[in-house]
Design a protein around this ligand. Structure first.
Ligand SMILES: *[C@@H]1O[C@H](CO)[C@@H](O)[C@H](O)[C@H]1NC(C)=O
Ligand SMILES: *[C@@H]1O[C@H](CO)[C@@H](O)[C@H](O)[C@H]1NC(C)=O
Ligand SMILES: *[C@@H]1O[C@H](CO)[C@@H](O)[C@H](O)[C@H]1NC(C)=O
Ligand SMILES: *[C@@H]1O[C@H](CO)[C@@H](O)[C@H](O)[C@H]1NC(C)=O
Ligand SMILES: *[C@@H]1O[C@H](CO)[C@@H](O)[C@H](O)[C@H]1NC(C)=O
Length: 739
């Protein structure tokens, strides 16, 4: 945005200092030159070792390769995950991807990436296994959606690129995952996903374009099949789409145990197998290693293919400068993970808190009951208000929902160095204020009602959790069984609200929950969505609840009135044919005329914003891309085509940040396209009376659709509709342009 006055926030300044500390060291051309020179020095055994994992638990990291002796290249250390560094301590635990997405804040997402990979680098990690951008999240109950940023491909794409650039600026190779159509946990290792070609490009592949264009070093192929063949041995998605159409120059590594063949996987584009052995079926089988060497000897895999794998892997290492004094591995995943260095810093904690704070979404605020002042008495209710009495890390890979929820579960988690629970932070905030804090820190409804009845205001904490399918929590096998709050959260809120005490509900959740029961209670005057906020949970919440900061998060998905309203759910069938096509989340609600409860892009503020003066200045030639393939796709796909802008004024009484959103409706020459699609957003802070200009810079891709016949992105001709507003349904300005 361009503010008409200077009003950079303190956090922006702080974050820029971190994220600009480093920059990517080399271009792909320079990296390939070095990699090619090295290749000539390697023996065949060394090459095979560099593409093969040393087996599960065979090295200090979750993935490790064999180190060659002929060149100064290490046993590569690959480590989860997308929000921190798994199995190591101390580390900073950042808010989950879905919270980063809810900030819609490019600088914060980049700073989060840079900070977490600064820690990864200090710990000797070469490849940090994140960010997540597939699952995209077409199924609201799917277990791992929270690892990614949004189920809108545009928002997910922008966030993915910022995260990767942040991570790689710290000298760590990022890994975009999981590639591709890995949309549920049930049957994830057997299900076949079949998406039509247009849906593939316009939804699921879209954020991977951003990832490749951001020079991501590596991409992880997923467990599932695509059109009947495994994602890690699928010529169509690896060779044609990723290395062909997207021009990906890095390497493809398998998800852990997602490789199923020696020859087929090599020939269809896999470049590295992880963890090296197949730990399920049959035990101990190793597809590469000596078998890959044998397959080259008997001619079923070409020598050039192995050389290509090694070159890609080496080039990615050079790309981020890991030849220049990258630290040795400083922890062991299998002995408690205590690191020999402490890479956490107060600044990283501040970034974690800033992301958590800016991801808080205010859904309901009747009669401006928030922010809270200093009430004479305040009831704090629910087990989610306190840390698990057994400790924040009591459950392996966070595989339980006990105490306050700040990460989901599975491999994409890390050990909390500390966890500031809501109650801790509220007590700290109100120390000396004379507020009588009455607590009921279980989910028992009568006890909650008793606490509420004794207080002026009640805050009830509820949760909904999910995670990776290798852990089952309270009968949820990764994916959620329903979208209701856990632990009888509806009954708890009802009991509290029915005491006639004004009630504020705080939601810690992996994704949407159905809020209808809660909204039916007239005494529920506020609903605050805090997602999965990481270690600084309580501090971030207090920042918003008591008005130090106005909430500015916006929903990165739709909250429906019922689960059925989404039109998608996980399946136990052997295949998912993606019958909904392009129509997921708000695209489906819009197309089907279904009223959501809280629409995509929605979020209240303590102030108000006034939009005016829409300006459209675009020009593009209709028709297909004509450019050659470069890193990220056809060279003209991301060509700038102009800007759309609007004035936004803070028309209220307190400082606040607005996220202005641009949606585009396509002309009918682009058949069966969703009514409107996000194609820009701009976030800025304004003091009362201040105006800024929201600027949406568009590229050719933003007004293109995938033409299946032409096998190209095509700009259709005709009139496009322009919608600028505060959410996908709170459109303040409309216009059009003709191509
Ligand atoms: C999978 O099959 C669908 C339907 O036949 C087709 O449209 C799509 O292009 C195929 N995808 C790949 C990656 O081959
Ligand atoms: C070549 O060797 C590989 C690895 O041992 C084996 O999987 C494959 O079946 C062999 N192919 C032929 C044609 O012998
Ligand atoms: C690591 O450093 C932080 C300061 O950034 C400090 O607060 C923390 O106690 C240290 N942790 C350990 C285990 O030394
Ligand atoms: C909100 O304010 C209106 C108008 O003053 C009042 O009628 C209503 O009862 C208030 N609602 C609540 C929940 O306090
Ligand atoms: C919003 O801005 C327009 C144009 O500047 C102005 O006419 C209008 O009064 C403003 N409305 C509010 C509520 O500030």
């Amino acid at each position: 945005m361009r503010s008409l006055f200077t009003s950079a926030t303190a956090s922006t300044v702080l974050l820029l200092a971190v994220s600009l500390a480093n920059a990517q060291v080399r271009t792909w051309d320079e990296a390939y030159e070095r990699a090619t020179a090295d290749l000539a020095l390697l023996t065949q055994d060394e090459k095979v070792g560099m593409v093969t994992g040393v087996t599960w638990e065979g090295g200090p990291c979750v993935g490790n390769t064999y180190a060659p002796e002929s060149i100064p290249y290490p046993s590569l250390c690959l480590q989860d995950g997308p929000l921190s560094i798994r199995f190591a301590n101390p580390v900073t635990v950042f808010p989950a991807g879905i919270n980063a997405g809810a900030t819609w804040d490019r600088d914060l997402i980049r700073a989060r990436g840079a900070a977490m990979s600064a820690e990864a680098k200090a710990l000797g990690v070469n490849v940090q296994l994140g960010p997540g951008c597939g699952a995209l999240g077409k199924i609201p109950s799917a277990g791992r959606n929270w690892e990614g940023f949004s189920n809108d491909p545009y928002l997910a794409g922008v966030a993915t690129a910022e995260a990767i650039e942040g991570m790689q600026s710290s000298g760590v190779q990022a890994c975009a995952k999981h590639y591709i159509l890995n949309e549920q946990e049930h049957n994830r290792e057997t299900i076949s996903s079949v998406a039509d070609d247009r849906t593939m490009h316009e939804l699921y592949l879209w954020p991977f374009y951003n990832a490749v264009r951001a020079n991501v070093a590596s991409i992880m192929c997923s467990y599932n099949k695509v059109n009947g063949s495994w994602a890690c041995e699928n010529d169509g998605i690896l060779n044609d789409l990723l290395k062909g159409q997207l021009g990906f120059k890095g390497y493809v590594l398998s998800d852990w145990n997602a490789q199923h063949s020696t020859v087929e996987s090599a020939n269809t584009g896999l470049d590295m197998t992880m963890p090296g052995s197949d730990f399920n079926s049959p035990p101990g089988s190793i597809y590469w290693g000596d078998n890959l060497a044998a397959a080259i000897t008997n001619g079923s895999v070409a020598q050039e293919r192995l050389d290509d794998m090694v070159t890609r892997i080496l080039a990615s290492w050079y790309l981020v400068g890991q030849d220049q004094g990258h630290p040795p591995v400083a922890f062991n995943s299998w002995n408690g993970g205590a690191a020999s260095v402490n890479a956490t810093t107060p600044a990283h904690g501040d970034i974690s808190r800033a992301v958590a704070r800016d991801s808080i979404i205010l859904l309901k605020n009747t009669n401006h009951s928030l922010p809270l002042g200093e009430p004479a008495s305040l009831a704090i209710i629910g087990s989610d208000a306190i840390v698990n009495p057994d400790g924040a890390n009591a459950c392996v890979d966070r595989g339980c929902n006990v105490g306050t929820l700040a990460q989901g579960w599975g491999s994409g988690t890390a050990e909390f160095p500390y966890l500031v629970a809501p109650l801790d932070a509220i007590e700290e905030k109100l120390a000396g204020a004379g507020t009588n804090i009455i607590t009921s820190t279980t989910d028992d409804a009568p006890a909650g009602a008793e606490a509420a009845a004794a207080a002026e205001t009640a805050i009830v904490f509820i949760t909904s959790d999910s995670g990776e399918g290798y852990i089952t929590v309270e009968d949820h096998v990764g994916d959620r069984n329903h979208l209701d709050p856990w632990h009888n959260g509806n009954a708890l809120v009802q009991a509290v609200a029915q005491t006639n005490t004004p009630t504020i509900v705080v939601v810690h959740s992996v994704g949407p929950i159905i809020l209808e029961t809660i909204l039916a209670e007239p005494n529920v005057i506020g609903i605050v969505w805090a997602g999965l906020p990481g270690q600084e949970s309580g501090h971030a919440l207090v920042d918003v609840l008591f008005g130090e900061f106005s909430p500015s998060g916006k929903l990165p998905y739709t909250i429906g009135k019922s689960e059925e309203d989404y039109g998608t759910t996980w399946t136990t069938e052997l295949s998912d044919t993606f019958p909904e096509g392009l129509f997921i989340d708000y695209r489906y609600f819009d197309q089907s005329g279904i009223a959501p409860r809280y629409e995509f892009g929605f979020g209240l503020s303590y102030t108000t914003f006034n939009y005016s003066i829409l300006a459209i200045s675009l020009s593009a030639t209709p028709g297909p891309t004509t450019g050659e393939i470069v890193v990220g796709g056809a060279s003209d796909l991301f060509e700038p085509i102009g800007t759309i802008s609007a004035y936004v004024a803070n028309s209220g009484n307190v400082p606040g940040a607005e996220i202005a959103q641009l949606y585009i409706g396509y002309p009918e020459t682009a058949p069966s396209t969703p009514p409107k699609q996000l194609r820009g957003f701009d976030k800025f802070s304004l003091v009362p009376g201040e105006s800024g200009i929201a600027i949406f810079e568009l590229t050719r891709r933003d007004i293109s659709y995938w033409d299946v016949e032409a096998q190209k992105w095509v700009v259709p001709s005709g009139a496009f509709q322009v919608y600028v507003g505060s959410s996908s349904r709170d459109i303040r300005l409309t216009g059009s342009f003709v191509i």
